[in-house]
Design a protein around this ligand. Structure first.
Ligand code: SF4
Length: 442
């Protein structure tokens, strides 16, 4: 049996740095690493540095030098990590440098030099982590929290402002998921297009090169993986245009989930929604020119306080004009603690319900029209489920996210398994689903 790799740790600085060291050790231990109390017994060494005052910096640099001469394989993290140039100039042999609280990057740097040993007979956790989704698709969370302040939402007060993960951590996770069988990655967060703003688009090291925590860069990097990449919770900011080009080139799926919530400028203002909504329709029409295959999913709230019949009609027309082919709708409900509770103009329940039904009917027409255009075409699908008794496979196209969108129902499904990617020919459609038959192999 292979021996678990041994890690040495030098922890300098204050109690906060000590807690960081403990987290790093806990993560590595859970992944099967063991530890060495001395340099000689370690396969590599992590130095958690302090950069508070000059004497602490000098002590940290000295500790790095000692670890390099005694062991040779050294990863540096902690407060002095923000001065990467100084560290690399003084000690060019360090393998990786990260700043304080960047546990993920430290652990990834260790993985790069000493991959964890996975023992399927003993490990409680598989290499891709514990998943609640089927093996063939996975959610990839790129940040926590949200810096917007929509008046109907209390997420920022529960989860705080946006905190983006370093790009390298996201990419290593994505790579691991694909390696362990995920054929589709669904990028999620509260505001995917804001990715990296909070960390000033910081770079991190992924396989020895610098990668930026920026929305476009993330899409381009993920687009190099052998998997469908689907973007959720994107806002129509100008910088999203670059991602539409990647969709047109077939690098990421031509699918955007944008929670528009409404189309009336007045309602959007009282919802305090981000982005310039007046230009949104033009933006969408331009996107469709660049990528005619684009499918847009969105959610809408009807019956928001102050919404008039005219506001609602504006929304109905907008859904048709923008061609929102995947629409979800919720009658407005107050949430304890939300600012919107203070607004006047509550809409009676029966009107909310009536508007909900009208919007869903409109959305259904848009969806049915779009799906009709796919009849006769050959499309690629990913199979989620097989119903053996009925000899049907339930699959999704590039325009369908799991759980929320429609399906592609495949007849004569013998031999088809969940997780298969297939070419199918569409022979029929209804309001939300396509019906298809497997293409004969060439
Ligand atoms: S609705 Fe979304 S964007 Fe608005 S505050 Fe809540 S989480 Fe942020």
């Amino acid at each position: 049996m292979n021996k678990a790799p041994k890690i040495g740790l030098v922890s300098l600085g204050c109690p906060k740095a000590l807690v960081d060291s403990e987290r790093i050790l806990t993560t590595l231990r859970a992944q099967g690493y063991s530890f060495s109390p001395d340099y000689q017994g370690a396969d590599m060494v992590i130095v958690n540095t302090c950069g508070f005052i000059d004497s602490a910096k000098a002590e940290s640099l000295e500790a790095i030098g000692e670890a390099i001469s005694e062991n040779g394989k050294v990863v540096v993290t902690g407060c002095l990590g923000v001065e990467e140039d100084l560290i690399r100039k003084t000690h060019p042999k360090v393998l990786a440098v990260s700043g304080p609280h960047q546990y993920e990057q430290v652990v990834e740097a260790v993985h790069e030099t000493l991959p964890p040993l996975h023992d399927p007979y003993v490990d409680l956790v598989p290499p891709e982590g514990l998943k609640l989704t089927p093996r063939h698709y996975s959610y990839l969370k790129i940040s926590e929290g949200c810096s917007n302040r929509c008046s109907f939402c209390i997420i920022p007060s529960i989860r705080g402002d946006l905190v983006s993960r370093p790009m390298a951590g996201v990419l290593y996770e994505a790579e691991r998921l694909v390696k362990s069988g995920s054929k589709e990655l669904l990028v999620i967060s509260q505001d995917t297009s804001a990715y990296g703003q909070d960390i000033k688009y910081a770079t991190s090291k992924f396989r020895g090169r610098d990668v930026r925590a920026k929305f476009y860069d993330m899409c381009a990097e993920l687009g190099e993986l052998d998997a469908w990449i689907r973007l959720h919770y994107v806002y129509p900011y100008p910088h999203v245009d670059g991602a539409i080009e990647l969709m047109a080139e077939g690098k990421i799926l031509p699918y955007l989930d944008i929670p528009f919530q409404h189309a009336s400028p007045k309602v959007l203002k009282s919802m305090r929604r981000p982005a310039n909504q007046e230009k949104t329709l033009d933006t969408i029409l331009n996107w469709r020119k660049t990528c005619p295959d684009l499918a847009i999913r969105s959610t809408f709230i009807v019956g928001f306080p102050g919404e008039t019949e005219a506001d609602f009609n504006q929304l109905l027309d907008w859904v048709s004009e923008a061609g929102i082919e995947r629409a979800g709708c919720f009658p407005y409900e107050p949430v304890t603690g939300a600012k919107a509770n203070e607004l006047d103009g509550a809409v009676p329940e029966e009107i909310k319900q009536e508007r909900f039904e009208r919007l869903m009917e409109r959305a259904q027409h848009v969806s049915a029209d779009r799906l009709k255009q796919k009849v006769g075409k050959t499309i690629e699908v990913l199979v989620d489920d097989v119903e053996e008794e009925e000899n049907l496979a339930i699959a999704r196209s590039i325009w369908d996210a799991p759980e929320v969108d429609g399906n592609v129902i495949i007849d004569h499904a013998s031999g088809i398994k969940p997780g298969d990617k297939l070419s199918v020919k569409v022979h029929d459609s209804d309001a939300y689903d396509l019906f298809a038959i497997r293409e004969a192999p060439q």
